[in-house]
Write a protein that binds this ligand. Structure first.
Ligand code: G3P
Ligand code: MG
Length: 389
């Protein structure tokens, strides 16, 4: 399989290198699509002078909708097919908390969009701040729920619920209310609303999908992001308790997200290669109906009872072991503190490219130095392809 795989990489036009893209500020900006983005992705799909197909994934700190919905939107905007196996959002790795907590408060996003995402991940009892505000409007004295909010808010008696974790999934649409509720729970006794733990050490865990202080929208200047909300909550918590706020952070540039990204990229490269090998095999008119390599995403899901032997007489897992890591992963981002820091943390294989279409603006001195700075994503893709050939 290794021999075959190598020949596919070297001679059959699937690159040994790969790309990872940040989304906001690189491919889109609020409702706008960055004009050069569709062409950049087309090039990686093989429309380049070397006729080479380059595997790529997306790593965004953004979220607030399911990975499926995000893919639909990206596919439409970029004119390509993006699948769920290629996308990591800020909250995607929080799936791993499903078996840890039964009762979670999910914060951020439009109305109950993040509740839907969390339930899609498999979380059992997912509450949102609107449920709490419906339960007792006096929790947030100066805010009255509108009709839409009342519709999505569920009837729950929060004096009987212990919230075990607060998961900030996406940007808050109501900082004042969300901060009031988050602070109350942090200071509570065992995550029950209306209680206070005198030593302030029995509240739920606090998790943030990312810590971007600012982010790029279609407005001229960057806007405060979830990281700014975190700073604000930490300041209030410190003022109230004299203690430092404990937060578990996901997203870029966190190490956990990097490990998650490497796994996603390696699976995606395997998928791209196996699809390519399959096409070649079909072209060669060999053994129609047989699959040269396993295309299962999760190795754990393989059924041991089935005979998974491939045409080469090898087990599907063999390719996983033998697939060498990408020779270089070009990571294109617009935020030095998240993206460049993220890629530079593994600069033996990852190569950071900073673009000027988002948070970073020409003339400024980036806090984390990229290996290369480009005007936009298309220039970045062209640069990397030329560097490789
Ligand atoms: O809220 C989203 C924003 O903070 C960052 O998104 O794609 O630039 O990582 P992205
Ligand atoms: Mg960005």
């Amino acid at each position: 399989a290794l021999r075959h795989h190598k020949s596919v990489i070297d001679h059959e036009r699937v690159a040994s290198y790969a790309f990872a893209f940040d989304i906001d500020g690189v491919l889109v900006k609020g409702p706008e699509t960055i004009p050069q983005a569709p062409e950049a992705l087309r090039m990686l799909n093989g429309h380049n002078k070397y006729n080479i197909k380059v595997p790529y994934i997306f790593i965004t700190n953004g979220g607030g909708r399911s990975e499926k919905a995000r893919c639909r939107d990206l596919s439409k905007r970029l004119g390509i097919t993006v699948t769920e196996d290629q996308v990591i959002q800020g909250h995607t790795p929080m799936k791993d908390l499903v078996d840890v907590y039964d009762n979670v408060l999910v914060v951020g996003g439009v109305l109950d969009s993040c509740r839907n995402v969390a339930e899609g991940y498999g979380f059992k009892n997912v509450y949102i701040p609107l449920d709490i505000m419906k339960w007792k409007p006096s929790v947030t004295p100066y805010y009255v729920l509108n009709e839409e909010e009342k519709k999505v808010a569920r009837d729950v008696d929060f004096s009987k619920v212990n919230i075990q974790a607060i998961l900030v999934f996406a940007d808050s649409r109501n900082w004042a209310a969300d901060q009031q509720i988050i602070l109350e729970l942090l200071l509570s006794d065992n995550g029950v609303m209306g209680t206070v733990c005198p030593t302030y050490d029995n509240g739920p865990g606090l998790y943030f999908a990312h810590s971007d202080f600012v982010w790029a929208t279609d407005y001229g200047l960057s806007r405060y992001g979830m990281g700014a909300l975190q700073v604000s909550i930490a300041a209030l918590y410190q003022e109230h308790t004299g203690k430092e706020l404990q937060v578990t952070r996901f997203g870029k540039p966190q190490r956990g997200t990097f490990r998650f990204a490497e796994k996603v990229l390696s699976n995606w490269r395997r998928e791209t290669l196996s699809e390519h090998v399959e096409n070649l095999k079909l072209e060669e008119d060999q053994s129609a109906g047989e699959t040269p390599f396993d295309t299962e995403e999760e190795d754990e899901e393989e059924d041991d009872d089935e005979d998974d032997t491939t045409v080469d007489g090898e087990k599907p897992g063999d390719l996983v072991l033998e697939l060498p890591p990408a020779s270089t992963v070009y990571f294109v981002g617009d935020t030095p503190e998240s993206d460049i820091r993220f890629a530079n943390s593994h600069d033996s294989t990852w190569y950071s490219i900073l673009v000027k279409t988002g948070v970073y603006k020409d003339g400024a001195m980036p806090r984390y130095t990229p290996k290369k700075t480009c005007e936009n994503v298309l220039e970045a893709v062209k640069f990397a392809i030329e560097r490789e050939h």
